[in-house]
Design a protein around this ligand. Sequence first.
Ligand SMILES: Nc1nc2c(ncn2[C@@H]2O[C@H](COP(=O)(O)OP(=O)(O)OP(=O)(O)O)[C@@H](O)[C@H]2O)c(=O)[nH]1
Length: 357
Amino acid sequence: MTPPTAQAQDIDNTTATAQLLSQLGYLREEVTAESVSASVPSLHSAGFDSDTDGDGSLAGEQETENKEVDGQDEREAVQVQCVVRTRIPSEFGNATHSLLMYTNSEDDKEHLALVFGYAISGPGAIYSRTLEAVRENETSRDRAIRGATPLSTSTVPITAPELNFPTSNKDTAPLARIHSCCFTGETLGSLRCDCREQLVEAMKCMSVEGRGVVLYLIQEGRGIGLKEKLRAYNLIDQGYDTREANIQLGHPADARSYRIAAAILRDLNIPSVRLLTNNPHKINSMISDGVVVSERIPMIPASWTTGILPGLEDEGANAIGSKLQDRDGYLVAKVKKMGHILDIPSEILAGTSVARF
Ligand SMILES: Nc1nc2c(ncn2[C@@H]2O[C@H](COP(=O)(O)OP(=O)(O)OP(=O)(O)O)[C@@H](O)[C@H]2O)c(=O)[nH]1
């Protein structure tokens, strides 16, 4: 039997992802100006070398909320440096996963990229330009410890080779998730938010497709930090929604920037992505930083489409419904107050306490 061509393999993988996404209730969506926001700058096919000066701003309220973030176009480009890369065997599929840690010129956080399915070296591999660059006086051992390819292999690219992601073909752009960390959701299993479910589903999709990138940003509490997020939770318990709670505490509704995510994609030579998100601001940010978002893949909670909460499959719908009241109220607030793109089932709208949105 003739082995499948790389292109045929891509199509197979993409079909498999589409099937998984539809089983999970996710729908793929072309990114159009309308699907993001009426005021989004044109969805040009900007490559990394393009001079993009769209401000990436959102309409109305969201625009005001994110002003300081969007205003960063005026500032110098963010510089990132990959300081270590290592292999991570995981429960998600058999594909090779590697974790890359970055430092950057904008903050002192150690942001991460989890790369699914790409070889670490050789043809088709994803290379971090900054990890691979040869450093002064470094030894082979230094390179091995930080996870760079050995200098002895003559094919080592000092700058990453061009990868085959033609910007005109959305099916060849990898899945990507820009994920803000959430200690309470991801580590403690808190059901106040959907953060853990989103991370797990994104990793599952990437495993099924055989490739993808999670940009894991250290932006706890939408950038206000864990202590402030926990204080905000107490305000939410008193009837404020997630946006108002931030503002009551003197913070922006959303204090995040995604410029580091774009800089990491650039370092990995990934010019074009299919983005798993409901947040139009992430799409705007990528576009204004020159990343092509060829498709948006909505993140719809599995329980909304299947009535089942992953991990609690044995519990009845009523038990799940009451467990998810906080999370559903949070999602409604994100849609109604923060411009997230997500169809809320009518029974959730009817069943969620008015005080929460
Ligand atoms: N301040 C605050 N942060 C929260 C709250 N709940 C979750 N978070 C944080 O919100 C971040 C996740 O943001 P979301 O708005 O849920 O989702 P998103 O990442 O903007 O958008 P998607 O790509 O659609 O998931 C994480 O950093 C969480 O720690 C909350 O009630 N208040």
